[in-house]
Design a protein around this ligand. Structure first.
Ligand code: GLU
Length: 364
């Protein structure tokens, strides 16, 4: 099986310093998974934390440039440690630094995918992080939970493991509610509202780490045909049991069957707050496998160019589909709700009647 293992800062550091003994435990666990024929991609945080420990800074900085500097200092140290420790177990590691821009652009996406295939084919272990040093707000994924889901989709993984500092997802915050219970399994295609609420927000809320970004990651990965497990990162020795399907942590069952590569690309371009809302007629058309026309669009959120992937929501903001925009947001603002035959007169040109052609559309 192909799987993506996400290790958060709390897993790879101890008291603010990279935790070599724990990484050795992971090396051992990954060696046996690989020996059993599994292909693994690691997504690792810890660059900023490692940079901070080098400069002996005590607190976290909110300034973006300072964080980017810390990532620039810490990332090579993080990789050096992986290289050394995993090398003892015969594992060759490779660094992959990505931003959202690499995943949004079709050509760069395909390049990245080919590089992953080459590495996995050569039995190399890719270790991915966000390219924090250059990633400005507009092109960042922003957190490694969601980055790991995008990577899982890119490499068509069947399992995404999100390792954290809790036993899994609880029905309330276990730090403040001692009687909170672990949610062992989520089978429903829609993650229940109560679970979003327990994670600290609604599906549309902007999160910065914690359980909310893990739920968002689970949402992306399971729609692309992967099971997702949130489990305790302090127990690397249990990885093999998790991969074997033992009930450890919280498991989200894949919603969709594995998708073809192009559909995964379309579903991967998730950006909060960017998309369109459509009327009931358009929803019917989409459900019947038809294209989305400009006439069915009732609102446009955020900014996008022609060729970008955008979300299609119903009037209440529920996700229906994603697809490749045939008109930019500014063009669409002029032609939304208008008949296709009027488009050329309004814009002075047209790219055809569809805002999203059915061949470029993937139902959520
Ligand atoms: N890329 C950041 C780092 O390596 C971590 C981001 C995250 O953990 O979500 O320090």
């Amino acid at each position: 099986m192909r799987l993506v293992l996400k290790l958060g800062s709390s897993t790879v550091t101890r008291d603010g310093v990279l935790d070599a003994p724990r990484l050795i435990d992971y090396a051992r666990a990954l060696q046996s998974l690989r020996a059993a024929g599994h292909q693994v991609v690691v997504v690792s945080s810890g660059a900023v934390a490692a940079g901070r420990s080098v400069l002996r800074l005590a607190r976290s900085e909110s300034e973006v440039a300072a964080k980017q500097m810390l990532a620039a200092i810490g990332q090579p140290r993080l990789m050096a440690l992986y290289g050394e420790l995993f090398g003892h177990y015969g594992i060759t590691v490779a660094q992959v630094l990505l931003t959202r821009a690499d995943l949004d652009d079709r050509r760069r996406y395909l390049n990245a995918r080919n590089t992953f295939e080459a590495m996995l084919g050569a039995d190399v272990l890719p270790i991915v992080n966000e390219n924090d040093t250059v990633a400005t707000e507009e092109i960042r994924v922003g957190d490694n939970d969601q980055l790991s889901a995008l990577v899982a989709s890119l490499v068509d993984a069947r399992l995404l493991l999100l390792m954290t500092d809790q036993a899994g997802l609880f029905d309330a915050n276990p730090r403040t509610h001692p009687d909170a219970r672990l949610i062992a399994r989520i089978d429903e295609p829609e993650i229940p509202d109560a679970v979003w609420a327990a994670a600290g927000g609604g599906a549309g809320t902007l999160g910065t780490g914690g359980m909310l970004t893990k739920l968002k990651a689970a949402e992306i990965a399971r729609r692309n045909g992967a099971d997702v497990v949130i489990a305790d990162g302090r127990e690397p020795s249990r990885l093999a049991e998790i991969v074997a399907g033992k009930p450890i942590g919280t498991r989200f069952i894949a919603v969709a069957a594995p998708r073809d590569a192009r559909s995964r690309y379309i579903l991967t371009g998730l950006r909060d707050g960017v998309g369109v809302r459509v009327d009931a007629g358009a929803i019917d058309a989409l459900r019947n496998g038809k294209s989305l026309l400009g006439v069915g669009v009732c609102a446009i959120d955020g900014d996008f160019d022609r060729g970008d992937t955008v979300a299609v929501h119903d009037a209440e903001g529920r996700m229906l589909a994603r697809g490749i925009a045939n008109y930019s947001a500014s063009e669409l603002r002029r032609i939304a709700g208008k008949r296709s035959t009027d488009v050329a007169a309004i814009l002075g040109y047209d790219f055809g009647p569809e805002f999203i052609h059915r061949d470029d559309l993937v139902m959520w």
